[in-house]
Design a protein around this ligand. Structure first.
Ligand SMILES: C[S@@+](CC[C@H](N)C(=O)[O-])C[C@H]1O[C@@H](n2cnc3c(N)ncnc32)[C@H](O)[C@@H]1O
Length: 506
């Protein structure tokens, strides 16, 4: 049995190497599984030490290259399923793809790339959608590309064979039309399968565009649930490559809140009720985008207010979105990080220890942060900031019940601060506990004069329960409140949209 351990310095070297090679940021809460993965490879390769394994990975020869193929399988999360995120697929079906189809009607050529496509469900969903939208699809040149760093995932994708778990968001009608049931496994229709080409690409290290692989002039690049694992530096690098790989007026779609404003300066952001999408409107990446415009009024559906409220489900309530599906990331070293755009609430006040704990939480050093917070609470058990930060920390670790307990403690020490209720509402919604979420949102409305997002969230919850009367009442309140706010008021929970823009959209 291998009893070797990995020194903190060597572990740091691995973390740095992984970020450099793949863009993936290994966070402190995943150091344990990172060490396990490294030790398992040391054992499998019969190497004398973890240092020897590091040297192999860091070396420039072909053996190192080959080993990376194994190692990325251990550090990447490959979770995917068909038509993941109904809102974004509705946006693609109703607005984005019809627009691209119209624009390319003359040439009948469409070029779409799913970057970080994992086992293929995302590009195949797009291929299915295009067949649904284009009556004469066979006379079009539909070029879909699925690229990923993980060779094993791409092998799986190329087979086009899936188990039932991949269809958890798919109507039976679509499943029956495009898949053949082979004793519990589902084989994709060969016409759809043919439309997608897969290619192993490391988004961080490989150059893009890449004409020899036909990765160029894309109408649409979709890259979801990839950047949440990346370092900020890697995100910036890859976003620029995407910009260069898009056609003029082409679109980039990412997961919700995966990009900060600084990443997408060069793009024109279009806010739809279901999602933000980024459009390339000029050829110079560093020039920055022209001033943002609203999306065209005809695209606003009568239920825009409702769907905006729905979007709140997918974004943060107060700048803290816990890695909500952390349980399903079991064997992987990389856990999704807190998405970027909304600034974290300042809880530090003047207490320097608390400021240090906040910095540690921000850098995901949860273990050290917890120690610091315990120290503060020992001296001052009623410290609101420490209790709230502890709640945030627990939520970021996916420990929801303790997180809610700490919120309650924080609230009992400062009854006029709404922050704990934001976090409770968010966690409760994710847990499917609508009653608890509603109670927390009502408290926010009571405590915060500008609680437009809370009204919209409540409207959405009532709608989910079928109480349309109450839902409309909440929507009206949101609208009324919005009319009283300065036009430049921004809402981080809604992609930093300004009050004036939100008002116009509603
Ligand atoms: C969680 S999956 C997302 C799959 C799909 N986009 C979805 O949303 O359902 C993340 C994918 O990103 C891939 N990935 C991670 N780092 C990458 C890199 N540097 N280059 C290309 N793909 C990468 C992983 O291999 C994994 O398949």
């Amino acid at each position: 049995m291998l009893t070797e351990t990995i020194s903190p310095q060597l572990r740091e070297n691995f973390v740095h190497l992984i970020a450099q090679q793949t863009g993936i940021e290994i966070r402190s809460q995943n150091y344990g599984s990172l060490s396990d993965n490294i030790l398992s490879r040391v054992k499998a390769l019969r190497l004398p030490s973890p240092q020897a394994y590091y040297d192999l990975l860091a070396g420039l020869d072909y053996r190192g290259e080959e080993e990376w193929q194994q190692f990325v399988c251990l550090v990447t999360n490959r979770e995917s399923y068909f038509f993941r995120d109904k809102g974004q697929f509705a946006l693609l079906r109703q607005s984005i793809l019809p627009e691209l189809i119209r624009q390319n009607q003359r040439t009948k050529i469409l070029r779409i790339c799913s970057a970080g496509c994992s086992t293929g469900q995302e590009p195949y969903s797009l291929a299915i959608l295009l067949r649904e939208l284009i009556p004469d699809a066979d006379s079009w040149s539909l070029n879909l590309y699925g690229v990923d760093i993980n060779r094993e995932s791409l092998d799986h994708a190329q087979k086009g064979l899936y188990n039932v778990w991949s269809f958890r968001q798919v109507e039976d009608e679509i499943k029956d039309r495009y898949f053949k049931n082979l004793a519990g496994y589902y084989q994709l229709d060969p016409r759809v399968k043919r439309a997608v080409k897969f290619q192993q690409v490391n988004l961080v290290r490989d150059p893009l565009p890449r004409p020899e692989w036909d990765l160029r002039d894309m109408d649409l690049i979709i890259c979801r649930n990839v950047f949440i694992y990346f370092t900020d530096q890697a995100i910036s690098k890859v976003v620029e490559k995407f910009f260069q790989t898009l056609k003029m007026n082409g679109y980039l779609l990412t997961g919700h809140a995966e990009l900060g404003a600084h990443h997408v300066k060069a793009f024109h952001s279009k806010l739809f009720p279901e999602s933000v999408i980024y459009q390339k409107r000029n050829s110079n990446f560093s020039a920055g985008a022209p001033p943002a415009t609203r999306y065209a009024p005809p695209e606003v559906k009568p239920s825009a207010l409702e769907t905006l409220a729905q979007q709140l489900d997918k974004t943060k309530i107060n700048g803290v979105k816990p890695p909500l599906r952390s349980a399903s990331f079991g064997v992987n070293s990389a856990a999704p990080k807190t998405p970027a755009p909304a600034p974290a609430p300042t809880v530090t006040g003047v207490n320097p220890l608390l400021a240090e704990a906040q910095t540690l939480v921000d850098s995901k050093s949860y273990h050290l942060a917890q120690k610091k917070l315990e120290q503060i609470l020992q001296q001052d058990p009623q410290n609101f900031g420490a209790c709230y930060l502890m709640a945030e920390l627990k939520a970021n670790l996916g420990q929801y019940e303790p997180a809610k307990d700490w919120c309650q403690k924080a609230a009992s020490h400062n009854a006029f601060n709404a922050k704990p209720y934001h976090l409770i509402a968010h966690i409760a919604e994710e847990q499917g506990n609508l009653e608890e979420a509603k109670q927390a949102l009502k408290k926010i409305i009571y405590l915060e004069p500008n609680a437009v997002p809370a009204y919209l969230s409540l409207a959405n919850l009532y709608r989910q329960e079928g109480d349309l009367n109450r839902s409309q009442k909440m929507q009206k309140s949101a609208l009324k409140l919005l009319q009283t706010l300065p036009p430049e008021t921004t809402f981080p929970e809604l992609g930093h949209i300004q009050a004036q823009e939100l008002l116009a959209q509603l």
